[in-house]
Structures are given as structure tokens and as C-alpha cells.
Design a protein around this ligand. Structure first.
Ligand SMILES: [Zn+2]
Length: 489
């Protein structure tokens, strides 16, 4: 007998659903949704009469699949609980991880991507830390049926620290001779990443659409940026960057090119394609938000940017200026519900404690974060068929039970979206991507958890062993300069 998980057509009957309303979204009670193939065919209040298999979830909340607007999917396994005692310094752990072979890399990618899907993140704007990792992401996303916009970071991890900085040390990019010598290698990386993009573009029923990803503004020249822009135009899917992620990045760029990071990429025409930028600790909050609000730009706020930490990114200032703010997991925590929650909490903490004269600030709500992680990011991806529950949209669906112990009050609350603030990814019960069932009542349908654990654990052990041999485990990093000098990647 066919059930919802293996039928081309099915109906979900939910207690509540987050539906589009004008430019925003609103929770509507007692909704039925019919899926045919990869699309939403019908949405209505009350019942839908059809002979197709149906699943009744009267206590659950239906949401559009979440989009992480910035991530490094293979980075969670090797860094978790290793970087927190060391002020988020991920450099050596990720170096050893990046040097592992394809099998180990795929094991780390699979573990972390499974976590994202399990917690309702159906689309990843994925800035892999190297081409090696981007290829791994593409292989695993293909196997799992995830939707992704992968790009290898340029320069990739193997070369990045030759130029950029020592571990949490000062920037090296002030050395002009070194900078010149570095360019040819970067041009070669651009070529290789474009070839990867061409190979995978529109693969897997068009679920994979590669982007290009300059690491940041302080490791590039106008020549390398324009080459990346040209490659991004050819692929047609946009560009990812760590933008103004530290004050010293902005200073280095200003010294070299006479403009701040945001102004500089604007002057180069980078916003000729959609741009997804992360972190922005070094943004000029008087001027940059106004520029970015008028460009095809998503600021990916990443509350777990260097693991679990107290950093506060400028979410409230960008929100107040009208910048589209998405939510990214970055590299360490892969629970998308926790990430949404923490984006709100940290945004409110910043709004309540940081004030800059002349800079408007707006306290973010969970509604803002969910809108950012669905419709706003989808719009900037040029995807009116993603990030919303609408007839004709892709069937990327998430249901959550927000009524139970720890998260709810025994039944659907008057405003169940606010229950996400008490939730985590385990309250996600069902996930559908492109009409295919990925999670059914909390169980993964695309991978075996024990196998994911066994393989990822082997890879993690290799990284830990190397860290131990390097004396890393015996060293606690001295306190860093305080916010906002050295944060993020
Ligand atoms: Zn990042």
C-alpha cells in the first residue's frame, strides 16, 4: 500500500501553516496542502478531497524548508568542542580536516549535512572552505537529495593562511610583495572552481546550482574579483563572500584600494549578481547598510560563527536599514532551529546593549528570522519557487511539533512560531525536499545514523590525533583582543 513517503502525490493536513501574506508570512490554522511531484499543487483551509495518500498532523506546524544563507558544511565534525576552549580558533583543526582524503571528507560532510536536513534546512548556500570540500558537498548533496548552492572558497584553505593571517594573528596582507606573488595561484583557483561549477550546474534535477566565492575583500585584487564576477555571471547563480568580517579587513582594503570593503566591491560591480555576505563585524554601520539595502544582497547573520560564543553580529542595524537578512549556520553548529533562535536572541542582545550614534537599530523577532531564512533569501537567489508555501512552489516542506515537553504547552499555542524560541531541531518531525521525503516522524530516510556516526567519528579521531601531536590540546589560546577586532573567518 502506498503511503505519503513513496507516493508521487500526497496530502498533508496540519494544525497550522506559515503562509505568505503580502511581503511577509502569517500562521494560518487547519491547513491542507497537496503535493504532486516536486511542486505544491494546492493549499487550502480545511480538507482536500482526493484519493491520494494523506497524513494528518493536527498538532504540527508546517513551514517552508529553511535556507542557510552561509555555511561550511564539513566544518562541524572536526571543530566542535575543540575550538570553544580556544576562543573559537578553528584554524589548525580545519587545516588537518581539509587534508583528509575524499572518504573522510565525505564522512564529515555527510554527518553535518544530515544534521541540517534533520533540522529542516533543505537548501544550503554552501561556501566550502576548499574545492576539495565543495566536491565533497556536491557528492553528498547528490546522494542525500539536498538542494544546494555550493562554491569552493577562493583562496581555498590550503593557500589561505599563506597570505591572510596566522592563527588569530595580525593580517599579513599588508605585505605588497607577498600580495603580488599570490595572484597567479588565485587565478588558477578561480579557473578550477569555475570548472567545478560548470560540471555541477543544474545537476540532480536542478537541485545543485554552484556559485563563486571569494574568501573576503582583503585577500583579493580588482583583477581576481572581476575574474570571479565573470565566472559567477557565467554560472548564473550568484556569489558568496565573507564581507567586512573584521575591522582590520576593512582597514586593509581601505589602505590598499582607498575604499571600505563594501564600497570597494560595489565599485567593482560585484552586485551585478546576487551577493550573500557573512559576518560583517567590520561594517561601517553609518554607510554600508544604506548601500546594501539597495543591492541584490543578503546579509547572512551567523550566530554560531566561531562555534558557540558570545559574538554579536550587526543583525539589528541591517534589519533597521532594510537590508535582507538571512540566517546562516556557518561551520560548527548545524541545528537550524537553534541557529534561528540564537540569531534572534543575539540580535536582541545587541539591540539592547550596543548603540552607535546615528545608526538605527531594530530588535529582531522570530518572525523576522524565519522570513529571512525562507522568502527573503529565496527572493535573492532569484527563486520565487523556494522559501514559501504557495501553489506552484517547490515542495520543500518542514513540519514541527511545538506542543510537547520543553517546547510547548500541550497543544498548539496561539502563536506557534514563537514556540521555536523554546525549540531545537529535534522538534522537526518531517522534512520533504523537492517532493521527496527525507525525514519521517523524526527518522532519517536517506542515511543510517549509526553509519554516519561511525565514519565521521573515524575522521574526527584523525584530526584530534593530529591536534594532540601538534601540542594543540595542551594549549589554551591567550585571550584575544576584544570585539570587534578578530572575529569570523
Ligand atoms: Zn563563514
Amino acid at each position: 500500500m502506498s503511503d505519503v513517503t513513496n507516493s508521487d502525490e500526497f496530502v498533508l493536513e496540519v494544525g497550522a501553516a506559515l503562509l505568505p501574506e503580502g511581503e511577509r508570512q502569517r500562521v494560518v490554522r487547519d491547513v491542507s496542502i497537496r503535493v504532486v511531484g516536486d511542486r505544491i499543487a494546492e493549499i487550502t483551509q480545511g480538507a482536500i478531497s482526493t484519493s491520494a495518500p494523506r497524513l494528518s498532523l493536527p498538532e504540527q506546524l508546517l513551514l517552508p524548508g529553511f535556507i542557510s544563507s552561509h555555511c561550511h558544511v564539513a566544518s562541524g565534525v572536526p571543530t566542535r568542542a575543540v575550538i570553544e576552549p580556544r576562543h573559537g580558533n578553528y584554524t589548525l583543526a580545519m587545516k588537518f580536516a581539509d587534508e583528509l582524503d575524499d572518504d573522510d571528507m565525505d564522512a564529515m560532510t555527510a554527518f553535518n549535512l544530515a544534521e541540517l536536513i534533520r533540522t529542516g534546512c533543505t537548501t544550503q548556500v554552501e561556501m566550502s572552505l576548499s574545492l576539495h570540500q565543495a566536491k565533497s558537498y556536491a557528492r553528498v548533496a547528490k546522494a542525500f537529495g539536498a538542494r544546494g548552492y555550493p562554491a569552493g572558497m577562493i583562496p581555498g584553505y590550503a593557500r589561505l593562511f599563506d597570505l591572510w593571517r596566522t592563527a588569530h594573528g595580525p593580517l599579513k596582507v599588508f605585505d605588497d610583495g607577498m600580495f603580488e606573488d599570490y595572484i597567479p595561484g588565485t587565478m588558477a583557483e578561480i579557473k578550477d572552481n569555475l570548472a567545478f561549477g560548470q560540471e555541477w550546474n543544474h545537476a540532480c534535477d536542478d537541485r545543485i546550482r554552484p556559485m563563486m566565492a571569494p574568501h573576503a575583500t582583503d585577500t583579493h585584487t580588482p583583477g581576481t574579483m572581476l575574474a570571479i564576477l565573470e565566472a559567477a555571471r557565467e554560472l548564473g547563480n550568484g556569489l558568496q563572500i565573507h564581507l567586512a568580517q573584521s575591522v582590520d579587513e576593512s582597514l586593509a582594503v581601505h589602505r590598499r584600494w582607498g575604499l571600505r570593503s563594501v564600497e570597494w566591491i560595489d565599485s567593482l560591480g560585484l552586485f551585478g549578481v546576487p551577493v550573500f555576505g557573512a559576518h560583517m563585524f567590520g561594517a561601517n554601520l553609518l554607510h554600508d547598510p544604506t548601500i546594501l539595502a539597495n543591492r541584490p544582497y543578503v546579509f547572512a547573520t551567523c550566530p554560531f560563527d566561531t562555534g558557540v560564543n558570545g559574538n554579536l553580529q550587526p543583525y539589528p542595524e541591517m534589519l533597521a536599514a532594510g537590508v535582507a537578512v538571512g540566517v546562516g549556520v556557518d561551520g560548527h553548529n548545524m541545528d537550524f532551529i537553534e541557529t534561528l533562535k540564537m540569531a534572534v536572541v543575539k540580535g536582541q542582545a545587541r539591540h539592547n546593549t550596543v548603540s552607535n550614534p546615528g545608526v538605527p537599530s531594530q530588535s529582531p523577532t522570530i518572525d523576522d528570522a524565519v522570513l529571512g531564512a525562507t522568502k527573503l533569501t529565496a527572493d535573492n537567489l532569484g527563486r520565487p519557487d523556494l522559501g514559501r508555501l504557495e501553489v506552484g512552489a517547490k515542495a520543500d516542506l518542514v513540519t514541527m511539533d511545538v506542543t510537547g515537553l520543553l517546547v510547548g504547552s500541550g497543544r498548539l499555542s496561539p502563536e506557534p512560531l514563537s514556540n521555536l524560541l523554546y525549540g531545537n531541531g529535534l522538534q522537526v518531525r518531517n522534512v520533504v525536499i523537492d517532493g521527496h521525503w527525507k525525514v519521517r516522524d523524526g527518522a532519517l530516510l536517506f542515511a543510517e545514523v549509526d553509519e554516519l556516526k561511525e565514519k565521521a567519528g573515524r575522521a574526527a579521531q584523525k584530526v584530534w590525533d593530529q591536534l594532540k601531536d601538534a601540542g594543540w590540546m595542551d594549549t589554551l589560546v591567550p585571550d584575544l583582543p576584544r570585539f570587534p577586532l578578530h572575529h569570523g573567518r
